[in-house]
Design a protein around this ligand. Structure first.
Ligand SMILES: O=C(O)CCC(=O)C(=O)O
Ligand SMILES: [Mn+2]
Length: 198
């Protein structure tokens, strides 16, 4: 990886921001293509025996033949679209990493969000490398240290930006996209990851 980029985390992990990996016109074009071509769904999740709908639309794409088992159900990703492959190629080139699947999020407006969590599922291995690409409205990405909750960082994720999280970040830091009712425009985020053989 090009080492001119500085680690945004003070301790216990590595997060790098590539602010304009895709320029404005390419970003706008990709935003439109992703809006139209991705099979967006609002999925239910069970929280404390109650079924609620996720506060955003999601989709899962990846290498053909890959599967992922979750509470006894085996799921398969949808096959890559051309624009997802193009984006994946661009981030693999700049990061030197490799990704085999992508979780997509469509935040319809500022009322959509993702709560505090870590991308630390067992299937992602010990120190997961997470590549996050954003298009559309800018949203604030918040990080807070898992143990020392006073340690907090905010990163503005603008359209066309690429955020790379690696090393022990997913052990030691939580992340979220908080609601912001002032925001009325949509944002698409793609989380590229590598699911290891399980
Ligand atoms: O939208 C984002 O920037 C973050 C999404 C995220 O953390 C996730 O889907 O795991
Ligand atoms: Mn996440």
């Amino acid at each position: 990886m090009n080492t001119n980029y500085e680690n945004l985390l003070p301790v216990d992990g590595e997060v790098y921001l590539f602010p304009e990996l895709f320029n404005h016109s390419v970003s706008n074009q990709l935003f439109e293509l992703l809006t139209q071509n991705i099979q967006w769904k609002q999925e239910p999740v069970k929280i404390m025996e109650q079924e609620i709908m996720l506060p955003r639309l999601t989709a899962w794409y990846g290498d053909v033949g890959m599967s992922y088992s979750y509470t006894g159900i085996t799921m398969h990703p949808l096959p890559w679209t051309q624009e997802l492959l193009d984006i994946k190629e661009a981030i693999e080139k700049i990061s030197g990493e490799h990704f085999n699947s992508a979780l997509l999020n469509l935040y319809r407006d500022g009322n959509d969000s993702v709560g505090w969590h870590r991308d630390n599922e067992k299937s992602l291995g010990v120190n997961p490398v997470i590549g996050s690409v954003s298009f559309g409205e800018s949203r604030e990405f918040s990080l807070k240290h898992y143990k020392d909750k006073k340690l907090r960082i905010k990163v503005m994720l603008d359209s066309g930006s690429f955020l790379l999280m690696k090393e022990e970040t997913q052990h030691n830091w939580l992340h979220s996209i908080q609601k912001n009712p002032a925001i009325i425009e949509p944002r698409i985020n793609i989380i590229f990851r590598t699911i290891k053989e399980v």
